[in-house]
Every structure is written in structure tokens, then in C-alpha cells.
Design a protein around this ligand. Sequence first.
Ligand SMILES: Nc1nc2c(ncn2[C@@H]2O[C@H](COP(=O)(O)OP(=O)(O)OP(=O)(O)O)[C@@H](O)[C@H]2O)c(=O)[nH]1
Ligand SMILES: [Mg+2]
Length: 460
Amino acid sequence: MFDTIAAISTPLGEGGIGIVRISGEKSLEILEKVFRASRPKNWRTVQSHTIHYGHVVEQKSGEVVDEVLVSVMRGPRTFTAEDVVEINCHGGIVPLQKILELVLQAGARLAEPGEYTKRAFLNGRIDLSQAEAVIDIIRARTDQGLKVAVNQLAGALSAKVKNLREELLGLLAFIEAGVDFPEEDVQQVSLKEIGDRVIEVNQQVKRLLSGADAGRIYREGIRMVIAGKPNVGKSSLLNALLRERRAIVTDIPGTTRDVIEEVINLRGIPVRIIDTAGIRDTTDIVERLGVEKTREWLAQADLVLLVIDALTGITREDKEILDLIGEQRVIILVNKIDVEKPRIDKEEVMEWAGDRVCLEISAREEIGLEELADTVVGMVLEGKVVAADQGLVTRVRHQESLQRAARHLEQVEEGVLLGFAQDLLSIDLKAAWEALGEITGDTLGEDVLDRIFAEFCIGK
Ligand SMILES: Nc1nc2c(ncn2[C@@H]2O[C@H](COP(=O)(O)OP(=O)(O)OP(=O)(O)O)[C@@H](O)[C@H]2O)c(=O)[nH]1
Ligand SMILES: [Mg+2]
């Protein structure tokens, strides 16, 4: 059905091994042209899922390119469900490129990004949400993110969605045929029964949706910006959270000029921490640019840590920065509580902070950091602790489809209350069924597919 594709499937660079992967009908034919096994084989009859030792040889010159191990896997029990050959060679850029070149000359086409996974989808081995899980596994930055993705690859979300669709399809069938439920004797399907079942399905859709934000947070992480006036200890806090000296710390205000970004793992959630230049009015051109950037970052933050200094107490600058943060989610951190003579008045801070969360820390002595981590995680998840059957929805794409399905189901519920004719209800039922199908890829246009698979790297 498809042509045969090939690509380097390991990252470019030096490594113990590198893999050129070939997938498609002609995989073995191509292998025969580039590979000389230590013992001659008949590739037409060779057993599936076997490994063979030998050399990749340039046919024309007879020159040996590399010593390799070749895995032969016949479809459909392969990643793409097609015949797959993997050439394991030495992991250097030159042997890999040379072998790929020979494979292409022998009749393969260079694979597009994500094309192997796309084929696995098009050949019906996995559905769309599972294909997306493949890329999430590759990109996972925390154990928890990995767990969610592996669950999705195993088909946890697909199974849920499939059940809901079947339920809706059943209702549609009854309405359209105007017949009874077979398992309920000869009773006619009443409007009320349809309503009840739709409510039930919609509750499950909403349950999935309620875990969506958490699912997305585990996948994508959050952006946390450390802000505050100069010299309050923002970079010290970054370093303490990272447990390394990433940013320069000095007692000179205005030390950080550019934005520094690092990723940490907070209780399984990937957090991008952004250390910014201290905000103040300044004439120094470099520092002013830094301050400008800080404002831009603030606007994009999921959460702001506003650091104030126990040595100075609350100043006019702190108040201005809090105004700048406005309605954004913020944790106020009183830093340097280790000093002997803090000049901060707790009550004043509480009053100023209002109903915002306020913690006392010492970045230098690493005091209060555990509590900070708990608070951050608590805030971003907002009690949305992920139950096993909830944290399945990890993408905006899934969330949007679910939301659309929920809206159509609500229309049906309303229609039932108003006593609409059953064939009118079926329009929204069908729309909900289709919206759910987008998650698994059962109802999808070609362009959506291209967009999804373009996210992948070549060779996957
Ligand atoms: N005693 C005490 N000193 C601290 C603490 N945290 C930071 N400092 C000191 O405060 C000074 C400024 O720290 P930085 O981390 O560079 O402050 P900053 O907010 O990044 O400053 P800018 O980059 O200039 O905006 C340094 O001398 C730090 O050693 C703390 O928890 N306790
Ligand atoms: Mg700094």
C-alpha cells in the first residue's frame, strides 16, 4: 500500500550504536542489496524477529562500510505493522549517513518526521491518541509525565472514548430505526430513557475533562517566573531550587541582566523556572532591556514567585511590582529570614499580601523550600489530584473534542426536556459521537494528521 521508507532512528552524534530503520514491502529486498551476512541467507524465507551478523557493503566497489547487526521483523507484528529491518551499526555520523545513503540508493525513500508512527496509525495498529503518546514518551521530563504517556500508549484513553462512542452509537441506532432496546423486552424507547443515558455519557465526558488540566500540567509542565526588585535573592532561589550554581549571585543590585531558564522536577511536574532581572527604574541600557523582558515573561507566567527582602522590608518598588503582577497567580516569598535583624513586620506583610499566599524562606540557608514546593504543586493542581481514570486527557486537542461533545450532549438533554422529536435529537447525538471520534482519529481530516505528525522527529 505504501512505499518503503528509511531513516536514521537514533540521535545524530557519537554513541555506542546507531540504527537505520527501514519499513515497507521492499525492506528485505533492499537489505539484500546492501548487506552481506556472515552466513548466506535466503531473505525471502528467513524467520521473523531474528538478528543477523554481517557487513554493509557498497555493491559497486565491494567496499565494506561497517560491521553491523541486522534485525529482521516481518509485519504485522512490528512498530509500523509493515516489514521492518533495523541496521545496527556503529554510532557515528559518517557510518550512519553512508548506510542510509546506500539504503536510499537501493530503493527506499527518506522518511518524513513521524512517518513510522503515522504508518502505525494508518495501518490500524494504534489510534491517534496512542500515536500522540509516542511523542509524549520521547519528550517526557518527569516520571509522572512518562507514566501518563505510557498509560495513553497502552490505550487507556482510547478505551474510554471507544466505550462512550459505542453507547452513543447504540442510542443513535435505536432512534434512527425507531425500534426498542432488545434487552428490555418489547418496551419502546422513551424520550426519558434517551435523556437518562445521555446524561450518564455526559457525566463521563465531564469526568474526563475534569482531569484534563492536571493531565496537561504533567505533560507540558508550568512556567514559573521569579520576580522582584534587585538584590532580593531571586538568583539565589533559582540556584537553591536547582541545587547548583546556575545563576551568578552577588550583592550588587542588577546582577542578572538576562532571563535565565531551567527545568526542574517538582513532585513529578516539570517546572520551567525563569529567573529575571530585578525590576526597577534604571538608565542602564542593558539593564533596562532586561527589565523589559521581565515584564514580557511575567505576562506569560502560569505562576509568579514574588520575592521580597527581609532586610529591607516592603518598599515602594515591591508594591509597584505587585501591581504589575495584578491578578496573576502569585506566591509572595519573604527571603533572607536567616538574617539576625530582619526589618520586616509580619503583620504588615500579611495585610499587604491580602488573600495571597505568603511564605518565609531563606534561599541561602535553604529554609522553607520544601513547603514552597508543596505550595506550588498544590496551587497548580488546585486539588485536581488525578484519579487513575481521569488523568488521561493530556492535550488541548483532546480537551476541545471533549468539550464539543459535552456541548452537543447538553443540547440533547435540553431537547429531551423540551420534548423534541427523536430525529432532531439524533443530530446532536451524531455530532457528539463525531467529536469523540476525533480523539482516536476515527473521524479526522488529512491536514490534522499532518499537523500532529509534524511534531515528531525524523526516524520515529
Ligand atoms: N542572608 C541571606 N542573604 C541572601 C539570601 N538570598 C540571597 N542573599 C544574598 O543577597 C544578595 C543578592 O542575591 P541575588 O540572588 O544575586 O539577588 P537577585 O534578586 O538575583 O539580584 P539581581 O539579579 O541583581 O536582581 C547576594 O549577596 C546573596 O548572597 C538569603 O536567603 N539570606
Ligand atoms: Mg539575579
